[in-house]
Design a protein around this ligand. Structure first.
Ligand code: HPA
Length: 281
């Protein structure tokens, strides 16, 4: 349905920016995208302006259980932040241009740092459900087969036609996240996140393939937004909440309920880490 919709224009992106700016007193410099089951961090934002996605032009609506659909703009640990409570996934049927509209809007709003979180399945054998994983790099598997969000007309005012992706996850921000984890005695795994379109979970053969390719965690989000954010020069920190062990041997099954339950457990841990991280910026 929507996959073949035309690409969003710069004017349309700026219409969204204007709609947000008309509904908030703040000019955030940091944006947070909250993954499946991890939306509770948004409730910690103080003096918040809350903007439902439905009030924004062109903004895709989140259709997945476990994703509220609103922007929460306010203060967290002394930083003015814009939190996306609920994200949009490619598997919902939106075009890559729509899925990454929020990242473009962030860029046009002057956001300098994007913190992106997600729920992910563990491929690395030592990762356990409930662990947090610092994303140090990603495999854009869907991008490699033609679903790259930068396909289409390039707006030179937004970024170069052929952007470098070698340091997608900012090294200084990674260091701050490591320190924040240490300070809170939170075990922070590190690894490579692989993006698949979903919505079906992986077969055991898919997972063994991904392991050989160097993936440590697997999920259905994040990479499109990060690709667009990096194209636009936004610095990125990525954290996966490990919700389940991926099923490389075919002996267990994976469910969305399991992902949401693990998210509820990880929420408070993620909030602690992010609070310390934000304080150290
Ligand atoms: N696979 C893909 N996406 C996921 C998983 C998984 O096991 N867990 C949470 N998101």
């Amino acid at each position: 349905m929507m996959i073949n919709q035309p690409f969003l224009s710069l004017a349309e992106i700026d219409e969204v920016v204007a709609a947000i700016q008309s509904q908030t007193r703040y000019q955030p410099k940091v944006a947070l995208i909250l993954g499946s089951g991890l939306g509770s961090v948004a409730d910690a934002v103080e003096d918040a302006d809350s903007i439902p996605y439905a009030s924004l032009p062109h903004w895709p609506k989140s259709t997945v259980h476990g994703h509220a659909g609103r922007l929460v703009i306010g203060k967290l640990q002394g930083q003015v932040v814009m939190v996306m409570q609920g994200r949009i996934h490619f598997y919902e049927g939106y075009s890559m241009s729509q899925v990454t509209l929020p990242a473009r809007v962030m860029q046009r709003m002057g956001i300098e740092i994007m913190v992106v979180t997600n729920a992910a399945g563990a491929i690395h054998p030592e990762f356990e459900p409930g662990d947090l994983m610092l994303i140090t790099d990603h495999l854009n598997l869907a991008g490699m087969v033609g679903l790259n969000p930068l396909i289409g007309p390039n707006f030179d005012e937004l970024g170069p036609r052929f952007p470098d992706m070698s340091r997608s996850y900012d090294r200084d921000l990674c260091d701050l996240a490591r320190k924040a984890a240490q300070k809170n005695k939170i075990r922070l795994q590190e690894g490579v996140y692989v993006f698949l379109s979903g919505p079906s979970f992986e077969t055991p053969a898919d997972l063994r393939f991904l392991r050989v390719c160097g993936a440590d965690a697997v999920g259905m989000s994040t990479v499109p937004e990060v690709t667009v954010a990096r194209h636009g020069g936004i610095r990125v920190l990525g954290i996966s909440g490990i919700s389940n062990k991926a099923n490389l041997d075919g002996n267990t099954i994976t469910t969305h309920e399991e992902v949401l339950e693990a998210g509820a457990v990880m929420g408070p841990k993620l909030e602690k880490l992010l609070r310390t991280f934000l304080s150290s910026l």
